[in-house]
Design a protein around this ligand. Structure first.
Ligand SMILES: Nc1ncnc2c1ncn2[C@@H]1O[C@H](COP(=O)(O)OP(=O)(O)OP(=O)(O)O)[C@@H](O)[C@H]1O
Ligand SMILES: Nc1ncnc2c1ncn2[C@@H]1O[C@H](COP(=O)(O)OP(=O)(O)OP(=O)(O)O)[C@@H](O)[C@H]1O
Ligand SMILES: [Mg+2]
Ligand SMILES: [Mg+2]
Lengths: 258, 258
């Protein structure tokens, strides 16, 4: 039975894309069948795995507006036998939020598209843009759980109440079985007071929802996207690589429990 | 004659709010009459100067939807005689993009509101959300120039072409006199190859539009918002404080020229 996990936080630059790319690839390395969906018009996930957005003719935009199925648009990446399926985004997605507003079942488009193919995957990840608009709502409606990356900085704390309000609304009106899959501390630097203060506050609030693995600030993680590679292919022995591999094992462990 | 500067970049977490708060306060310290407008539903600029969003009864939302003028909503902050006017945001702004879609002259709402009060200020800054939706379009339409913060990381480069496309569209249809005010390198770390590579590429492309002052990565800048203070009040002798004061002097210098 596959698990659909939406990676969302409207605060910008907290590590949504970095987590989408590296967590899905880590699970692929661990033998899981994974699909990664790029729901952000910026297309950072698409670029982060080495797909040239300009060459993407059919994208997630065509799936949301109804002219394609997910199957039609999936790119299967093969890294020495380790496979990751990716549903890419290109610039056309920027128009989707306005265009979807007047469409029927506008919030359910992604959920319905995923239903057709979900049995082929163990995990399906959705990378969201930094907003709580219709694209993120589609992601939350389609998901079993939402994974919330929280940067260890002050502004990241501020935004959580807004995100939880939207989460509650989606549970109430669109997806009653949606749960918080987990909360991930990102860009954590144990030497900084600020990092520790934010981590403490998040743990007090979210309790055992917070993953034991946190992602340290590690320059290799920010270099890898420039080469279109997940961290495991770019710098296998880096702190970032170990942290995302630990996280993948923790996500797999929670899967059995739920 | 006042100058209206919009601070925009749809890439998340690049330093839009940090620049809005610290550049406007630096100019206030240098004796300029400044207004800071928070156009982001996250309300990070509002929190970053110490205003409690929950206590904001009238906000920029009411100005955009037409029930208030800017004068009605401005909070005047007074730091030992140094004054900064702030037009705050609260959570109601999250609904503005959808509500504005069917309103008359939806892109011009902010521009018209600013017209009534611009003579009272030397500089008016607008902090935008991480998207290219109607709020950012309102900001670009209202502005004389757009200041683009660029984080020294790979994904930040990727997004610039999309931003420039939107800039061109706004110039063509809504605001023909809009120029690029300047490009600011943020979170610059001279020791990292990545930082230098990105800075070089940005300088090659934007040439003399790039400010000579760049903002180094400095933890004091990320601690200050937790106390609701600009960097000058939180840690006056920090690298972040010096960098934003230098930038303010450079922005003032360009003002005379244009
Ligand atoms: N643990 C980390 N250590 C160092 N750099 C990181 C780390 N995680 C992410 N980064 C870098 O920080 C920046 C922001 O991360 P990322 O783009 O993944 O965030 P995001 O939440 O997806 O942003 P957006 O809101 O724009 O979608 C990127 O340049 C990325 O390479
Ligand atoms: N030069 C700097 N050095 C260290 N930290 C910084 C610096 N500039 C910004 N930050 C921190 O990085 C994070 C992102 O910055 P900020 O929130 O200003 O970006 P933004 O572009 O406004 O984000 P959003 O896209 O969510 O609006 C914040 O936690 C901020 O405190
Ligand atoms: Mg992203
Ligand atoms: Mg901001």
């Amino acid at each position: 039975m596959s698990r659909v996990i939406n990676i969302a936080n409207q605060k910008g630059g907290v590590g949504k894309t970095t987590t989408s790319v590296n967590l899905s690839s880590a699970l692929a390395f661990l033998g899981k069948r994974c699909l990664l969906i790029d729901l952000d018009p910026q297309g950072n996930t698409t670029a982060g795995v080495g797909i040239d957005r300009a060459e993407v003719t059919k994208s997630i935009y065509d799936v949301l507006l109804g002219s394609s199925s997910l199957k039609d648009i999936i790119h299967v990446l093969d890294w020495d036998g380790v496979k990751l399926s990716v549903a890419p985004a290109n610039l056309s997605l920027a128009g989707a939020e306005v265009e979807l507003i007047s469409e029927f079942s506008r919030e359910m488009r992604l959920k319905n598209a995923i239903a057709e193919i979900r049995s082929e995957f163990d995990f399906i990840f959705i990378d969201c843009p930094p907003s709580l608009g219709l694209l993120t709502i589609n992601g939350l409606t389609a998901a079993d759980g939402v994974l919330i990356p929280v940067q260890c900085e002050y502004f990241a704390l501020e935004g959580l109440s807004q995100l939880l309000k939207t989460f509650d609304l989606v549970r109430k009106h669109l997806n009653p079985s949606l749960v918080i899959e987990g909360v991930l501390m990102t860009m954590y630097d144990a030497r900084l007071n600020l990092s520790n203060q934010v981590a403490d506050e998040v743990k007090n609030f979210f309790k055992d929802k917070v993953y034991k693995s946190s992602i340290p600030r590690n320059v290799k993680l920010s270099e890898a996207p420039g080469f279109g590679k997940p961290i495991f292919l770019y710098e296998k022995n880096s702190k970032g690589s170990t942290a995302y591999m630990d996280l993948a094992k923790e996500v797999m462990g929670r899967e059995k429990v739920s």
